[in-house]
Design a protein around this ligand. Structure first.
Ligand code: NAD
Ligand code: TYD
Length: 335
């Protein structure tokens, strides 16, 4: 199977590329990525010389580049997106281009070139916050942030392309994902690397917002299950079943690194901050998927991965990239 993996240089995409090449002898991958601040070829170093892997730098909003690069592939898996909620609050415009127009560009390529399958990788954040119970795939979308609204726009384009043109597209809605190679602006890698550097951990609001945490390997396996066995036009939730408050996540990080709570700084809450995410994954289980990674073991192994791979994140946090500008812009206003 020849796969076109857009956004494959980011966190989940690079884990997916490495995992699919290791699991299957008959999978070829074209990784297509714009290399924004979040895209990082270091994430793909372990496979850069792999005979069944090729990298193409390009933008999913660039129709000509997409049409050229997808020629001959059997399926598209789209990870490419602007993904950070806080950035979408401060600087929303690029989210609309990549997450909506970019998705549309890929759908057009599927339609015009008759590509057999496409998985649009989306998020549980499109449903919005839920106080009790869990969302299933038919629940209404009620996104709160410019990020989740843009992702919802991409989802709706994909479903409309299936209804109108019969495009063979499936959607996955994953929950908060953790694991190696996550850009250190997101909660877990930011807090772990700050703790390792002797810096403060900025907890928003009362620290009691709940996220459902999913190991990246389990997320990748869910996407693979949908790619192989999903029904076109259908949506599949992919959740870890591990609901924790941000305060609880912080406690595990501090415990693993043997630090006290004095490193926590309470900062002003994120505007529009969703209180709780929760999804039901019975539908995905019905096509042969389940989680494998135990949450506490997976989180502690992830913390140790950042401790043992300092050069990977040090280059991001202290190199010439975007990280310092963003941290100054966002956190200076909130502490
Ligand atoms: P990420 O921010 O780590 O990586 C995004 C990748 O997309 C980067 O490599 C970036 O260079 C690339 N990219 C961005 N704009 C592009 C464009 N216009 N053209 C081509 N490439 C572009 O993201 P991630 O955390 O790996 O998330 C991947 C996907 O999974 C996203 O669609 C996201 O919405 C979804 N998702 C993420 C999570 C999570 O917790 N991280 C949970 C559920 C769903
Ligand atoms: P994040 O990793 O940005 O993922 P998302 O907003 O997509 O769920 O944030 C996870 C949770 O952690 C969310 O409730 C916001 C909170 N958070 C903090 O308390 N402090 C921080 O510095 C960050 C980045 C997030």
């Amino acid at each position: 199977m020849r796969l076109f993996v857009s956004g494959g240089a980011g966190f989940i995409g690079s884990n997916f590329v490495r995992r699919m090449l290791a699991k299957h002898d008959d999978v070829e991958i074209v990784c297509f990525d714009k290399l924004t601040y979040a895209g990082n070829l270091d994430n793909l170093k372990p496979v850069e010389d792999h005979p069944r892997y090729r990298f193409v730098r390009g933008d999913i909003c660039d129709a000509a580049a997409v049409h050229e690069a997808v020629r001959g592939v059997d399926a598209i898996v789209n990870f490419a997106a602007e993904t950070h909620v806080d950035r979408s609050i401060a600087e929303p415009e690029t989210f609309l281009y990549t997450d909506i127009i970019g998705t549309h560009t890929l759908l057009e390529a599927v339609r015009e070139q008759g590509i057999g399958r496409m998985v649009q990788v989306s998020t549980d954040e499109v449903y919005g916050s839920i106080d009790t119970g869990s969302f299933c795939e038919t629940d209404r979308l009620s996104p709160s942030s410019p990020y989740s609204a843009s992702k919802a726009g991409g989802d709706l384009q994909a479903l409309a392309y299936h209804t109108t043109y019969g495009a063979p597209v499936m959607i996955t809605r994953g929950s908060n994902t953790y694991g190696p190679y996550q850009y250190p602006e997101k909660l877990i890698p930011l807090f772990v690397t700050n703790a390792l550097e002797g810096k403060q951990l900025p907890l928003y609001g009362d620290g009691m917002n709940v996220r459902d945490w999913l190991h990246v390997d389990d997320h990748c396996d869910g996407i693979e299950a949908v790619l192989m066995n999903g029904e076109p036009g259908e949506v599949y939730n992919v959740g870890g079943g591990n609901e924790r408050t941000n305060r609880e996540i912080t406690s595990i990080i501090l415990d693993e690194l043997d630090l006290s709570e004095s490193v926590i700084t309470w900062v002003e809450d994120r505007p529009g901050h969703d209180r709780r995410y929760s999804i039901s994954c019975a539908k995905l289980r019905g096509i042969g998927w389940d989680t494998i990674v135990d949450f506490e073991q997976g989180l502690r192994a992830t913390i140790r991965w950042y401790r043992d791979n300092e050069p990977w994140w040090h280059k991001i946090k202290h190199g010439e990239g975007e990280f310092a500008r963003w941290q100054k812009r966002w956190y200076d206003d909130r502490s």
